[in-house]
Design a protein around this ligand. Structure first.
Ligand SMILES: C[S@@+](CC[C@H](N)C(=O)[O-])C[C@H]1O[C@@H](n2cnc3c(N)ncnc32)[C@H](O)[C@@H]1O
Length: 413
C-alpha cells in the first residue's frame, strides 16, 4: 500500500489507464483558466476553525491554503484556479514580494523564523516550494527534532523543512503539497529525503505520496521536480498522468524582441570557447542552443548571468539571444496578464525559482478532489484475492497455494 512505511519507488506511473489520464491532463491544460488573484486578493486571513474533515471536506466553502516560501505565487495561481482561497503567504525576498504584491494585492510576510506558528491562520492545505538544505540528525531523533533547530547543520537560518513540520504539527491541515528539486531524493546520500519522509509520516502521521514530474508535457521545458502530497487522513490519491510530449518553444517565443537580448560578440565568443575547452577535456558543459522546434533546458535562477542554458538561435549571421522575461513567464506557465514589475535580472531569478504553474494546477485539482471525497474507511477498501501464478510447486497441499495475491485500494468501477 503506498503512502506507508519507508520511501519507495513511485508505482503510480505504472498504473493502467495511463493514456486516458494523460489525455485528460492535456484537455485540462487547454481549458481557459479563470482569472486569478481577484477573489482572495486583499482579503484578511480567515479565522474560522480548521476543517474538521468529517467525511469529505465541506463541499461549499472554498478550501483554504497557505503559500509558504511563495516566491512570485506560482502555487497561488494554481490553487486559486482549483477553487481554493489563499489565507496567508510568506517569503522574505523583497523583490519577490514586489512581484507578488503587484499580482495578488498583498505583500507576503517576511522571514518565516519571525512568525509565531499560532499567528498563521487555520488552513486546509499547506503549499510550499521550499529550498533544499542540508541537515543531519546525528544524535537527534526525528520526534525530538520537531520544533527544535539545534542538531541541524544549517545553524544560521535553521532548516526550513522543520518550519513546515512545525506548522503541520500545530495546524494539522488536511493536506499539504511540497515541491523541491528532483535531486532532493539523493541529497546527502538520501538522508535528507529520509528525514523529510519519516518526519511527515511517522512523526506527523500524514499519508505521503511522492513523484518526480517533468514539466515538458505541459510547457516547452525539461524541468523535473519532486512533489510530495500528504493527507492527514488516509485518502485515496494518485498523481495525475502528464503528457510525455508537449508544446515546442515556438509557442512561447515573442515575435519582436529588443536587441538588448542578443548576446554581445564578447559573451558569445566566450561561451563558445568555454564549451570547446570543456568538450576537449571530455566534460559535458555546453550552452543550450535552441530553435522554435525544440524544448528548453531547465530555466535556473542563474539565467540572468549569461543565459547559457537557453540561447535562442537567430540564424547564421546573428548571435543567439536570451529569452525575454515574458518568454520566461510563459516557459513557466504563467498567464499572459502576469505583471513583471521588477528588473530583468530579478525577473529571471524569480521565474527560475518558480514552479511550473500548470503542473501544480493539475496536482491542485487532484488534491482538491481527494479532499472532497470521504476519507478512506475500512468499508471502502477492497481486498482482492487471486491465485498466485508463480507457484509451480504442486507437491504442496492445494489449500496452501490458494489466495496469496491481493490488492488494497478503492473498488474499481
Ligand atoms: C524555491 S523558491 C520558491 C518559489 C515559489 N514556489 C514560486 O512559485 O515562485 C524558495 C523561496 O523561499 C524563500 N525563502 C528562503 N528562506 C526563507 C525564509 N527564511 N523565510 C521566508 N522565505 C524564505 C526564498 O526567498 C524563495 O523565494
Amino acid at each position: 500500500m503506498r503512502g506507508c512505511g519507508k520511501p519507495r519507488k513511485d508505482a503510480s506511473s505504472k498504473r493502467p489507464r495511463r493514456a486516458a489520464r494523460r489525455d485528460q491532463a492535456a484537455r485540462a491544460l487547454r481549458e481557459d483558466s479563470p482569472p486569478y488573484g481577484t477573489a482572495a486578493a486583499g482579503t484578511p486571513p480567515q479565522s474560522s476553525p480548521a476543517n474538521t474533515e468529517i467525511g469529505g471536506c465541506s463541499q461549499e466553502a472554498p478550501l483554504r491554503f497557505i503559500d509558504l516560501f511563495c516566491g512570485i505565487g506560482g502555487f497561488r495561481i494554481a490553487f486559486e484556479r482549483a477553487g481554493c482561497q489563499c489565507v496567508w503567504s510568506c517569503d522574505w525576498d523583497r523583490q519577490a514580494q514586489i512581484t507578488y504584491e503587484a499580482n495578488f494585492g498583498e505583500r507576503p510576510h517576511g522571514d518565516i523564523h519571525t512568525v509565531a506558528v499560532a499567528d498563521i491562520p487555520p488552513h486546509d492545505i499547506l503549499c510550499a516550494g521550499f529550498p533544499c538544505q542540508p541537515f543531519s540528525i546525528a544524535g537527534v531523533s526525528k520526534k525530538l527534532s520537531l520544533g527544535r533547530k539545534h542538531g541541524f547543520e544549517d545553524k544560521e537560518q535553521g532548516n526550513l523543512f522543520f518550519e513546515i513540520a512545525n506548522i503541520l504539527e500545530y495546524h494539522k491541515p488536511a493536506a499539504f503539497v511540497l515541491e523541491n528539486v528532483k535531486h532532493l531524493k539523493n541529497h546527502d546520500k538520501g538522508r535528507t529525503f529520509q528525514i523529510i519522509y519519516e518526519t511527515l509520516t511517522e512523526a506527523l502521521g500524514y499519508t505521503v505520496y511522492h513523484k518526480v514530474i517533468d514539466a515538458q508535457g505541459v510547457v516547452p521545458q525539461h524541468r523535473e521536480r519532486i512533489f510530495l502530497v500528504g493527507f492527514r487522513k488516509r485518502r485515496y490519491f494518485e498523481f495525475p498522468e502528464f503528457p510525455r510530449e508537449g508544446p515546442k518553444l515556438e509557442s512561447i517565443l515573442e515575435t519582436e524582441v529588443p536587441e538588448k537580448y542578443t548576446l554581445t560578440d564578447h559573451l558569445w565568443n566566450y561561451l563558445q570557447a568555454y564549451a570547446a575547452k570543456h568538450k576537449a577535456a571530455g566534460n559535458g558543459f555546453g550552452f543550450g542552443l535552441v530553435t522554435g522546434k525544440d524544448i528548453a533546458r531547465t530555466l535556473s535562477a542563474r539565467y540572468y548571468k549569461d543565459g547559457s542554458e537557453i540561447l535562442v538561435w537567430q540564424g547564421p549571421s546573428k548571435n543567439p539571444r536570451r529569452l525575454t522575461p515574458r518568454e520566461c513567464a510563459r516557459l513557466m506557465g504563467f498567464p499572459e496578464d502576469f505583471k513583471i514589475p521588477v528588473s530583468d535580472t530579478q525577473a529571471y531569478k524569480q521565474f527560475g525559482n518558480s514552479v511550473v504553474v500548470p503542473v501544480v494546477g493539475i496536482i491542485a485539482k487532484a488534491v482538491v478532489s481527494a479532499l472532497r471525497r470521504p476519507a478512506d474507511s475500512p468499508s471502502e477498501l477492497v481486498l482482492e484475492f487471486g491465485e498466485r501464478n508463480d507457484t509451480a510447486d504442486t507437491s504442496k497441499p492445494k489449500a496452501r497455494r490458494m489466495p496469496v495475491k491481493y490488492r488494497i485500494g478503492r473498488k474499481r468501477t
